[in-house]
Design a protein around this ligand. Structure first.
Ligand SMILES: [Zn+2]
Length: 351
């Protein structure tokens, strides 16, 4: 499998931000974006109160009305999907920006159990504007074939990691054939999902370069080659760092400090101790933490204790199912676990 040469386009809308100007078009600009019906699910947009979750998730969602019988739909919805990974771990985060016209959909990682493709179908998502792979582990890319089967994908972004694993090589070859635009995130990239200063913006933070060529099936060092994604709208911000561990965290915190300080943090590496240190939480300062894990090996008890000691409300997909964050136009947000509202996160068996 040849390495895909770095290509980038300004995918959605002109972004008057600080992305490097060395972006180059490869002449494979995506086709015109097909019309996508707006998500019509009702939702509340109350002031931020992450400690008071309401019901929500997939497939059914409901939220209280505004009091006059009408619903206020969220401008931005993030879903940390419950993934039951055979390989351990598992990540898939679905982003729906219904304020954009047409609405935009982004998927960050795809787990490996079909949950991502099922969520796309359940929510009526007809195409993905962007598919992001944080790093080359099966519990993050294993579900991408099913995603590609389910919907057309306009653009794909990854860090450029190389592996000999046959499933990974086949996936990249398929993406190269089927996805119009491929972006290798080798420097900071900012993508605006719609026009206007208040549009949702994705910031892709590049991975540690030393961890991109771990060409073994063991792939232990791939975690620190994870790229990170910050999502922001108005005053709201969210961060996922894939399976980044200590070295990558330290680099993110030093090189990209303004981008890692967020409201809601998808905890790194499924709640492993190698990915969450006190100094890292000092940089991220989350109001809410979400752990995506298989529940058998992860998360680690010490990480849950660390979050609890800081008073950070924490949701874990094994106990809370898909965790949905609804963000209003003004950046106020609410957090909705699919189940287990009265349940605490429980540690897995590994240490
Ligand atoms: Zn993982």
């Amino acid at each position: 499998m040849k390495r895909i040469v770095a290509t980038i386009t300004i995918i959605f809308a002109a972004c008057a931000c600080d992305a490097p100007s060395r972006a180059a078009l490869d002449g494979r600009e995506g086709a015109a974006h097909p019309a996508i019906p707006a998500e019509t699910r009702p939702a509340d947009a109350r002031p931020s109160n992450p400690a008071s979750p309401a019901t929500g998730g997939i497939p059914s969602e409901s939220g209280p009305s505004t009091g006059d019988g009408t619903f206020t739909p969220p401008a931005l919805t993030l879903r940390v999907l419950r993934v039951t990974s055979r390989a351990g771990g598992g990540d898939a985060i679905l982003i729906a920006d219904s304020a954009a016209d047409p609405p935009r959909h982004v998927l960050i990682d795809a787990g490996d159990d079909g949950a991502a493709a099922r969520a796309l179908r359940a929510l009526g998502v007809r195409s993905l504007d962007l598919l992001v792979l944080t790093h080359a582990h099966h519990d993050h890319y294993g579900g991408m074939d099913e995603v590609l089967d389910a919907v057309p994908v306009r653009a794909f972004a990854f860090g450029g990691q190389v592996r000999t694993a046959a499933t990974y090589a086949r996936l990249l070859a398929r993406i190269e054939r089927e996805v119009p635009t491929v972006l290798v995130v080798d420097s900071i990239r900012r993508i605006r999902l719609g026009p206007g200063d208040d549009a949702t913006t994705l910031t892709l933070l590049p991975p540690l370069p030393d961890h991109l060529a771990e060409d073994t099936d063991n792939g232990e060092r791939l975690n620190d080659g994870s790229l990170a994604v910050r999502i922001e709208r108005a005053g709201f911000s969210f961060l996922t760092t894939g399976d980044a561990e200590r070295a990558a965290n330290a680099r993110f915190a030093s090189a990209f400090a303004p981008f890692v300080d967020v409201d809601v943090f998808k905890v790194g590496h499924h709640g492993s101790t190698d990915a969450t240190q006190p100094e890292w939480l000092d940089a991220v300062t989350p109001e809410v933490a979400i752990v995506s894990a298989n529940g058998t090996t992860h998360p680690h008890a010490r990480v849950l204790q660390l979050l609890e000691a800081r008073g950070i409300p924490t949701y874990c997909t094994p106990q809370h199912g898909t965790v949905t964050i609804r963000v209003a136009r003004d950046g106020r947000y609410t957090v909705h676990p699919e189940e287990g509202q009265d349940t605490r996160c429980l540690p897995g068996r590994s240490r």
